[in-house]
Design a protein around this ligand. Structure first.
Ligand SMILES: CC(C)(COP(=O)(O)OP(=O)(O)OC[C@H]1O[C@@H](n2cnc3c(N)ncnc32)[C@H](O)[C@@H]1OP(=O)(O)O)[C@@H](O)C(=O)NCCC(=O)NCCS
Length: 176
């Protein structure tokens, strides 16, 4: 991993930098996200601040910052609200700025989120959805213990092209 990157939870003050990073990711890799760039760029930055909860609530975002303190990567964890699903959280919004990719930041963000999520009281498992044709991303998740359990055909259509989505799951603790 990049030796100078620092990973910490995002707070409301990070919302403008988060929006810049997210909008760029949606523009550069539209097939990797449900949200589309044209709609997202119209959203005010502060609309995202509510996603940045205290980590031990199970709903939080971690950001990776470079040596100049610029946000260059992020990954979110959103705990389900319904009482009967409170044991699950979904990983969302994984992205690393194009200029900072392939330096280990994506893996490091994922490892940090796994560590934090494992300490959240009552949280038992993480889920995520990944575009199946992004095989390097699927492999990254598999290498950290996520297992695919279903394929949704034609989950997204981007610029006329259909993409299947792979659903994955990972327990946070060994089952007894
Ligand atoms: C997915 C993403 C976050 C990975 O971030 P990253 O910082 O580049 O990832 P890392 O450097 O930690 O690399 C993780 C692994 O993926 C591999 N990898 C990363 N990008 C790759 C690419 N374009 N092609 C092939 N392999 C790639 C790395 O070699 C590494 O494998 P290794 O650990 O076995 O050597 C980044 O590519 C990204 O933002 N993509 C666009 C958005 C996206 O697809 N998000 C996922 C939504 S589910």
């Amino acid at each position: 991993m990049s030796t100078t990157a620092r990973i910490r939870p995002l707070g409301a003050a990070d919302a403008p930098a988060y929006k810049r990073l997210r909008d760029e990711a949606l523009r550069c890799a539209p097939e990797a996200f449900v949200a589309d760039y044209a709609s997202a760029r119209l959203q005010p930055a502060l609309a995202y601040a509510q996603r940045f909860g205290p980590p031990l609530s199970g709903t939080f975002f971690l950001g990776a910052f470079d040596a100049r303190h610029t946000l260059v990567g992020c990954l979110g964890c959103e705990r389900a609200h319904p009482l009967q699903q409170r044991h699950s959280a979904q990983l969302v919004g994984m992205c690393v700025a194009p200029g900072a990719q392939r330096q280990g930041l994506g893996r490091s963000l994922l490892q940090h989120v796994l560590m934090v999520a494992a300490r959240v009281p009552g949280l038992e498992q993480l889920t995520l959805t990944v575009t199946a044709s992004n095989t390097h991303v699927v492999r990254l998740y598999e290498s950290l213990g996520f297992v695919a359990w279903g394929l949704q055909p034609r989950a997204l259509i981007v610029a006329g092209q259909a993409y299947d989505a792979l659903h994955m799951n990972r327990p946070l603790h060994p089952r007894t």
